[in-house]
Design a protein around this ligand. Structure first.
Ligand SMILES: NC(=O)c1ccc[n+]([C@@H]2O[C@H](COP(=O)([O-])OP(=O)(O)OC[C@H]3O[C@@H](n4cnc5c(N)ncnc54)[C@H](O)[C@@H]3O)[C@@H](O)[C@H]2O)c1
Ligand SMILES: [Zn+2]
Length: 351
């Protein structure tokens, strides 16, 4: 369920004293905690702050959260508030889902990616042995509170990373939202105004709603939830290849998804009849905002190999794509040849 931050006090009204716990990372403690504290008035809480960054999303941090809950005598009535990006909502959700067989948790996402993607849908978890999200549960938060003003302090690259997932939601579900986002992308607004428009035009809420609709029809990813993987077969391959050598610095997930979507819209044009105009529109957004991927033709072999190893594949281990017939018309479980994939990568690297 979605609420704004102002509804927090009413959510906490029946909570026993000393049973409110708040998890932040080192950045959200500075940028987001003051507003949170203001919104709960006199209600007291216990605070735990973890180091910001994906490196923190591990079992050692989960132990810190469990120790913190035990130390302050958290009971089964306790509520854990996860105030942060997807790293905090995934990790805090997992710690809460497993403490005393599960206590309630509230997500307050503070990045665009967490607002439109990570904080809803019920997936919690941590990375283990270098594998992302390999340990986790499906446990929904009791509420997700959306407060767009948090986005004003977010670095621009994090905004673009979340915006890529918004573009994905529009492409798989809504021609109307797609047009809206295309217009927004052309405007080159300063960040505060951009955030304001995301919220005032309903684009942010619409994107959250698209994910919620998909997840509520397929909570445990049995079939139709796979449409959310659009852009991610190629995107994940780019992300892990860049992580392993090409990139001199960390590349945000949403950038890789955007590049992945360009390749997968290309495949959709060739194989499932998606209008070429969609490819041109997405390519334009890529060149204007995201730039070219920092891997190129010489990584093609490796990219394809990673797609074959992807955990989304079925038993016969051929890469599994979600493609588009058009904007708002996704088709899951598309299997393509190595030659087809090669051609799409060639298009991406030729830009
Ligand atoms: N559960 C799901 O369904 C799901 C879906 C997508 C992604 N994820 C997970 O989400 C994580 C990525 O999320 P993310 O992109 O939000 O990363 P993140 O949580 O690491 O946040 C990115 C950076 O922004 C900082 N930050 C957060 N809010 C801020 C604010 N308001 N102002 C200034 N700085 C702020 C953080 O401290 C961090 O440095 C990954 O671990 C991914 O696996 C989960
Ligand atoms: Zn994603």
């Amino acid at each position: 369920m979605l609420h704004s931050l102002t509804q927090l006090s009413s959510l906490l009204s029946d909570l026993p004293k000393g049973q409110l716990f708040v998890l932040t990372d080192s950045h959200t403690k500075v940028h987001c905690l003051p507003l949170f504290a203001e919104s709960i008035g006199n209600f007291s809480y216990h605070l735990l702050t973890l180091e910001a960054g994906e490196m923190t999303k591990n079992l050692t941090s989960v132990l810190l959260v469990w120790d913190f809950l035990l130390k302050h005598r958290a009971t089964r009535e306790a509520v854990l508030v996860n105030l942060g990006g997807g790293m905090i909502t995934d990790l805090g959700g997992f710690a809460a889902a497993t403490y005393m067989r599960g206590i309630r948790f509230v997500n307050i996402p503070t990045t665009l990616l967490a607002m439109v993607d990570a904080s809803s849908g019920g997936k919690t978890g941590v990375d283990y042995q270098g594998i992302k999200n390999v340990i986790g549960t499906f446990t929904p938060p009791v509420a997700t509170l959306i407060h767009p003003d948090f986005l004003c302090t977010l670095p621009a690259a994090e905004i673009l990373s979340g915006f890529a997932e918004m573009l994905k939601h529009a492409l798989i579900a809504s021609p109307k939202e797609w047009i809206k986002l295309l217009q927004l992308a052309q405007e080159e607004l300063p960040q505060e105004q951009f955030v304001e428009v995301l919220s005032s035009t309903g684009a942010l809420q619409a994107s959250i709603q698209i994910k919620d609709n998909v997840v509520s029809q397929d909570p445990r990813e049995a079939g139709m939830r796979k449409i959310l993987n659009f852009g991610h077969t190629v995107g994940h391959a780019i992300e892990s290849t860049m992580l392993h050598h090409a990139a001199p610095h960390h590349t945000h997930h949403g950038y890789c998804v955007l590049w992945g979507m360009v390749a997968e819209v290309y495949l959709s044009v060739v194989h499932t009849g998606c209008p070429r105009e969609v490819l041109q529109q997405l390519t334009q957004i890529m060149l204007q905002w995201y730039g070219r991927p920092q891997c190129d033709c010489k990584h093609r072999e490796q990219l394809i190999q990673r797609m074959y190893q992807d955990k989304k594949n079925n038993a016969n281990q051929t890469p599994n794509f979600t493609l588009l017939r058009d904007v708002g018309e996704p088709i899951i479980n598309q299997h393509l040849t190595e030659e087809d994939i090669n051609e799409a990568l060639e298009y991406l690297f030729s830009l």
